[in-house]
Write a protein that binds this ligand. Structure first.
Ligand code: USQ
Length: 382
């Protein structure tokens, strides 16, 4: 397939580009380095330095023989989106091109505005480029489990049948996002659903939980192919942060009570899910939604796992509850359905002690690069 990856430089975008190319697809990866600029401006650079997208594509070709076409373009500008789509004529578009940090979106007016503008404009431009140039193309959009929040009922896969005063209908599952970034993803879903209804687009919206990990089969070929691995409070997701904290000898930063539950998945499983979605497209006029996670943990359970595996490697790991910089429930019901991707063939990599130890060893090999001042939360929700 001709695959266009929007946001091809990101934590997920770059390994996805390598994965599709290695599977024999024709890949174009586009990015405008927004994440790199925010990382530099907020002192949140990844643990392991990552060369530019063009340099990584060049290196990947040299070690694997597979090509990735690179375009540097700002997809929030309609002309740039349309030009990229016209040049690559994709059969599938993987849309990751969003400001992905919840804390960044809560930093202040400028950051919230930038998140709103970028995320909504890219989705809107993508929809219109598909309608005008490649109407049969399948859009695979990265959403987030955070769209649903933490409701006191089971979270269905995107849709819910509601009976009301003796009549029934099917609706998008209720959403209640916990950050402004997550809210932009809710708005994306609504916009996609509108154009699916009106113009018969094919869309898969992947409601993903927090991802962890720094290794994929292709990234193992050369350390410079490693995806951005962040441990700061802006871009670092909780498991990646705990791994680095354990190696740095800093107590694991459990926010508040630590009973917050989320659905987690390994980076390698993100790649599987996205490829399964792309290779099994949504029907014309279908907004297909999958909940993209493989296991549910509370923050306390994650901290205990990292502590146990760290101690197995001789690290002295402590856990410390600190005041929660976010506004979120710290004890709650959480029971999402996530069978759709398993039905398509997903084979999960679980967060076993061996998996944690393997990731810790990779962090230990880069221990001297850890900057402790990036670890404590710098952004408060209110
Ligand atoms: N947390 C801690 N300690 C930390 C960091 C986080 O207790 O040092 C807690 C948070 O308060 C939260 C949970 O861990 O309850 C997850 O936080 P996170 O930073 O790993 O994830 P989040 O900010 O929600 O965002 C991440 C990605 C985002 C994606 C989302 C999926 O950055 O792009 O959409 O995970 S979800 O969380 O399901 O909405």
């Amino acid at each position: 397939m001709r695959v266009l990856i929007l946001g091809g430089d990101g934590y997920l975008g770059w390994p996805t580009a390598m994965d599709f190319a290695a599977a024999g697809h024709e890949v174009t990866a586009v990015d405008n380095y927004l994440r790199r600029r925010i990382a530099e401006a907020t002192d949140s650079e990844p643990l392991i330095a990552t060369p530019s997208l063009s340099e990584r594509a060049h290196l990947f070709k040299a070690v694997s023989g597979h090509s990735i076409e690179v375009r540097i373009a700002d997809l929030s500008v309609p002309e740039e989106m349309f030009e990229v789509v016209r040049e690559s004529m994709p059969e599938v578009i993987i849309h990751y091109a969003e400001q992905p940090s919840a804390p960044y979106s809560m930093r202040g007016f400028k950051e919230a505005r930038e998140t709103l503008r970028n995320n909504l404009d890219v989705t809107f431009n993508c929809i219109w480029a598909v309608m005008e140039i490649v109407p049969d193309a399948h859009i695979v959009k990265l959403g987030t489990m955070g769209e649903y929040g933490t409701p006191n009922i089971d979270i269905e896969e995107g849709w819910i049948d509601i009976e009301h005063k003796g009549r029934t209908d099917r609706f998008l599952f209720p959403r209640a996002a916990g950050s402004f970034y997550h809210t932009t993803k809710v708005l994306d879903t609504d916009m996609l659903w509108f154009y699916v209804r009106l113009h018969g687009l094919r869309v898969t919206d992947l409601m993903q939980g927090p991802v962890y990990g720094l290794s994929t089969p292709q990234a193992e070929m050369d350390p410079k192919l490693c995806p951005h691995f962040n441990y700061d409070d802006i871009f670092g997701t909780v498991v990646n942060r705990f791994l680095v904290q354990a190696v740095a000898g800093m107590p694991l930063t459990v926010y508040g009570e630590g009973g917050q539950k989320r659905g987690y998945l390994n980076l390698q499983d993100t790649l599987q899910c996205v490829r399964l979605a792309a290779e099994n497209p949504a029907r014309e006029g279908e907004l297909r939604i999958f909940n993209q996670l493989t296991e549910v943990f509370s923050v306390n359970e994650l901290a205990e796992r990292v502590k146990r595996a760290g101690e197995g490697l001789g690290l002295d790991v402590k856990i410390k509850s600190i005041p929660n910089p976010r506004k979120e429930l710290e004890e709650h019901y959480y029971n999402p359905v996530f069978s759709g991707l398993t039905d398509l063939g997903l084979e999960p990599h679980y967060l076993t002690d061996d998996m944690v130890a393997d990731m810790l060893e990779k962090v230990i090999a880069n221990k001297e690069r850890i900057r402790p001042e990036r670890i404590m939360p710098r952004v408060k929700w209110s």
